[in-house]
Design a binder for this molecule. Structure first.
Ligand code: NAD
Length: 463
């Protein structure tokens, strides 16, 4: 799906106008289609010397059968040889080669002087990355660095990656993955997601991976045998989430308010799931959710997607509107989690995924209630993550401008600004949020806990 302006920019006259007026030029982003390989195109790998993550990276590239290349780097060559990765030689003077993805192991950078390894590796190939390409820098979590100098240098990578995300254009995304001590084997689900078109609208993000049990999955159906609950599933983003989780093999219980029953039944039927007409603010919501999942072996995944806006400036906001938004967007999710966790309502290695918003990060005029609720969702993730047991994790996505009925109702000028003020120069699609949630929901993502990942095309808001 492309918007009207995007269609215009691709017409002959549109191209002329865009070029001469310096207007944004959104490209059509690659998106994942079932049966497609993780990555279509060549992958270039690099590393600062003594990087500790090159073997884990090579291992993933080997399992996804990536057409992989490296320059004259003995560390990488050894790592590739150990895991049987067929690595082809790349001469950095070669200006003809094109890469769909570039991965750099920065974990070996020990101090700020050595940050020039980034320049050495990326400068010669900065113009050789294809449209909808991927840049992934994998590094050591600064908090687990051995020295202060190393921590500083590792922290500096954030600024580098976020700038690459803004510079490279053509739908190229850039991410930084911090890996805790001993968590290298938990990298796979994250690298698969970030390298593939599933992460089309995720850019400029910092993702943290912690050490956890490594769970093997069938990557074609990573949610096979799992039962998922998606709130607000009758339309918009929730409907897309239900579809993607079902595509990945889950039985999906689609929940929405009883007034949405007809749409809910349609979505559930489309994906051979089940429908649960229920208001999440009901006192017994947790109990009903647990009961609904019982006949499918209990619940493995909960996606708190239902949410509403009731925008008014604070001076004009009635107390009922404040309470309603906080209750639906935040308190209901808290109560449901509490019930499920206290009453054995979530299976071992279960997943809780919340939907926040960049409004909860940046704040927004007329949205004191909504932004408070969505910032609260981030708090819910941050403070629940460390107390979870049994391999259960909690993470959140924070969508930016996503093309839905909700955003279609925004006045034209504000809508256009929201759509264009990001590195992709376009709005995201519900499927982009859904794919990110499916990555968190995967049984292989036990190393992801307490993350908030924005699905906003690297929006300038709150960046
Ligand atoms: P939407 O309005 O299309 O869908 C929300 C769904 O939640 C609706 O089907 C609604 O009936 C349901 N719902 C509302 N209150 C409920 C309740 N008490 N119990 C059960 N279900 C309830 O909205 P959307 O655009 O698909 O947004 C989905 C989520 O993404 C929301 O949490 C929203 O805040 C968030 N979000 C959306 C955007 C965007 O650009 N669309 C951006 C950031 C965050």
């Amino acid at each position: 799906m492309i918007d009207q302006y995007q269609a215009f920019t691709q017409s002959p006259i549109g191209k002329f106008v865009v070029k001469n007026l310096g207007l944004p030029s959104p490209v059509v982003l690659d998106r994942f289609e079932q049966g497609q390989p993780v990555i279509r195109g060549a992958v270039l790998v690099g590393a600062a010397s003594e990087g500790v993550l090159s073997s884990a990276i090579a291992n993933v590239l080997s399992t996804i059968h990536a057409d992989s290349y490296a320059g004259n780097n003995t560390d990488i060559q050894q790592a590739a040889a150990q895991v049987g990765l067929n690595l082809r030689a790349f001469n950095s003077g070669d200006k003809e080669s094109r890469f769909k993805a570039v991965i750099f192991d920065a974990s070996g950078i020990q101090n700020s002087e050595q940050l020039n390894e980034l320049h050495k590796f990326f400068n010669p190939i900065a113009r050789q990355i294809e449209g909808s390409g991927r840049v992934v820098v994998v590094a050591t979590t600064p908090e687990s660095a051995k020295t202060v100098k190393q921590a500083i240098a590792q922290r500096a990578l954030e600024g580098f990656v976020k700038s690459v995300g803004k510079e490279f254009k053509k739908g190229i995304t850039a991410q930084l993955v911090y890996v805790d001590d001993g968590a290298a084997n938990n990298l796979e689900s994250t690298l698969r997601f970030l390298l593939s078109p599933r992460s089309a609208y995720v850019s400029g993000q910092v993702i943290r991976i912690s050490k956890a049990e490594v769970v093997k999955v069938d990557w074609n159906k990573p949610l096979a045998g799992k039962t998922a609950l998606v709130t607000g599933a009758s339309r918009g983003i929730g409907e897309a989430i239900a579809h993607i989780l079902a595509r990945d093999g889950a039985h999906v219980i689609c929940l929405d308010v009883p007034q949405q029953q007809a749409d809910l039944d349609r979505v559930a039927a489309d994906i051979s799931g089940s429908a649960l007409g229920l208001d999440i603010t009901a006192a017994d919501a947790g109990e009903k959710i647990k009961a609904a999942a019982q006949k499918n072996g209990g619940l493995d995944i909960v996606v708190h997607n239902a949410g509403i806006t009731r925008d008014k400036t604070l001076a004009n906001m009635k107390p009922e509107l404040w309470d309603l938004v906080i209750n639906i967007n935040l308190s209901a999710a808290e109560r449901i989690n509490d019930y499920l966790l206290e009453n054995d309502g979530l299976n071992a290695n279960g997943r809780i995924v919340c939907v926040s918003s960049i409004s909860g990060i940046a704040g927004n005029l007329g949205q004191t209630n909504y932004a408070a609720s969505k910032a609260g969702v981030i708090g819910l993730v941050k403070f629940t993550a460390p107390i979870l047991k049994n391999g259960i994790t909690i993470n959140a996505v924070a969508p930016g401008f996503i093309e839905t009925q909700m955003t279609a109702a925004i006045p034209f000028a504000i809508r256009e600004a929201g759509r264009r003020m990001n590195s992709m120069n376009q709005g995201g699609l519900p499927v982009d949020v859904a794919e990110t949630i499916a990555w968190f929901a995967s049984s292989a993502s036990t190393g992801l806990n307490g993350n908030v990942v924005r699905v906003c095309g690297q929006s300038l808001l709150g960046a």
